[in-house]
Design a protein around this ligand. Structure first.
Ligand SMILES: Nc1ncnc2c1ncn2[C@@H]1O[C@H](COP(=O)(O)OP(=O)(O)OP(=O)(O)O)[C@@H](O)[C@H]1O
Ligand SMILES: [Mg+2]
Length: 270
């Protein structure tokens, strides 16, 4: 049965989360891939939306270039439906909507569009309802792609790298989240902050972690993702680290993070 456009509603049990930080290389994509895999491993049905023109999440999950012809760009600008752009991955229960290089022009194209901040939200009304979780991998900017993600989601997960400049720019991100909350998405919450690439042999890593916890209190997950070479090797094999090496510390950390995320989501929904 066709549901009239205006009456379409998201499945109320689908949780949509953006993984965002405008700082580059802090572990957004790594967290999106591996947290999603860990959620799928505990029987959640998960869709990753690759919203970064770099397409790292698509590459890291082994989506071939020729399999990205229809991608998140086409969905965003209304040329395709969610279902047309979604691919299964080798992980049961984990699907991905890949990105493509076309997406690099989207920020500019969106500027002229009607309700430009709501494009992603509108498109997700059809096609996302079969998932328990939709995880959006954002690009390293606070442009219209990230804004579209923040408008479409219920919560944001912020990866912070355990290094000296970790907190730099975080107030800009928090301000953007607040602005989006006021103007477009009153239900928006910070799901949590995850410390990434923690090196326990490095004093600075520990100091930064303490500093972040002091600032953000229990918004910071207990789980800390260690710097682990297996985590950085896995994408070149087109696989999440849990498939590449289940027993390495990185895999175990992402499994533990998935447990915390589910726990918080249940609390936020209650
Ligand atoms: N826990 C980790 N241990 C070792 N290397 C890691 C870890 N997490 C991420 N990396 C590596 O750090 C680099 C940056 O990670 P990632 O691509 O996830 O960051 P990003 O925030 O998505 O970057 P961008 O802003 O460019 O999208 C990658 O080479 C990745 O393999
Ligand atoms: Mg990335």
């Amino acid at each position: 049965m066709m549901i009239p456009e205006g009456q379409r509603r998201l499945n109320p049990t689908t949780r949509i989360i953006a993984v965002a930080n405008q700082k580059g290389g802090v572990g957004k994509t790594t967290t999106t891939i591996n947290l999603s895999t860990a959620l799928a491993a505990i029987r959640q049905k998960v869709l990753i939306i690759d919203l970064d023109p770099q397409g790292n999440a698509s590459t890291g999950l082994g989506v071939a270039r020729e399999d990205r012809v229809c991608n998140s760009y086409h969905v965003l600008i209304g040329e395709a439906e969610v279902a047309d752009a979604v691919r299964a991955t080798e992980i049961p229960g984990l699907d991905i909507m890949p990105s493509g290089i076309d997406l690099s022009g989207a920020e500019i194209e969106l500027v002229g569009m009607e309700r430009r901040e709501y494009r992603l939200k509108e498109t997700l009304k059809a096609g996302a309802e079969e998932y328990d979780y939709v995880m959006i991998d954002c690009p390293p900017s606070l442009g219209l792609l990230t804004i579209n993600a923040l408008v479409a989601v219920q919560a944001v997960l912020v990866p912070l790298q355990c290094e000296f400049f970790a907190l730099e720019g975080i107030s800009q991100l928090v301000n953007t989240i607040e602005r989006v909350k006021t103007a477009f998405n009153p239900g928006l919450d910070i799901q949590g902050i995850v410390l990434t690439m923690h090196d326990r042999r490095n004093n600075l890593s520990g100091l930064v972690a303490d500093d972040v916890r002091e600032h953000f209190g229990d918004k910071v997950y207990k789980t800390v993702i260690p710097r682990n070479v297996r985590v950085s090797e896995a994408p070149s094999h087109g696989r999440p680290v849990m498939i590449y090496d289940l027993h390495c510390p990185g895999s175990q950390a992402y499994l533990s993070l998935a447990g915390e995320v589910i726990h918080r989501e249940r609390r936020l929904m209650a």
